[in-house]
Design a protein around this ligand. Sequence first.
Ligand code: FES
Ligand code: FES
Length: 169
Amino acid sequence: MTGGGVAPVDLTVNGEPLTLLAGPGATLLDLLRSRAQLTGSKQGCNSGVCGVCTVLVDGKTARACLMLAADCAGRTVVTIEGLDDDPHAAVLGEEMAKAGAVQCGYCTPGIVVALTDLFRRTAVPPDAAAVRHWLGGNICRCTGYVSIVEAAVRAGQRSVGADIEARAP
Ligand code: FES
Ligand code: FES
């Protein structure tokens, strides 16, 4: 423990072991944005509702605003920045751009992280209903969701359970 109740938290972020200082009550989102300068994870409702802070913790979708920093010791976190080389995320990005599924873009990192998790879990490309269900916790105030769902279905068809290198857009 250091002064003012600030304590170090050891965790792995995007493959890199880090020790980040967390103040009292700090969340994982605070750590990522303020201490690690990883601002791709956005801050919205701060109460687990909007999904813009979505990251992967130990390989599963999690709301970074709901996790206490102190509880993240020893965990492995992947943010949108850590998906730069992820083939599912790359295909999603292409399809979302083509479909006009990115407007202000505030929701986009959380949606890409969540859908990447879905694509990694399933052997069968998700249909529109499955995508809508999975994205139930990701709010978009711009698009009306139709273009996002369309893009996700197309991306899934290209990348899920396939050698995605071999599937041209
Ligand atoms: S900021 Fe985390 S769910 Fe809204
Ligand atoms: S594109 Fe603006 S909130 Fe989704």
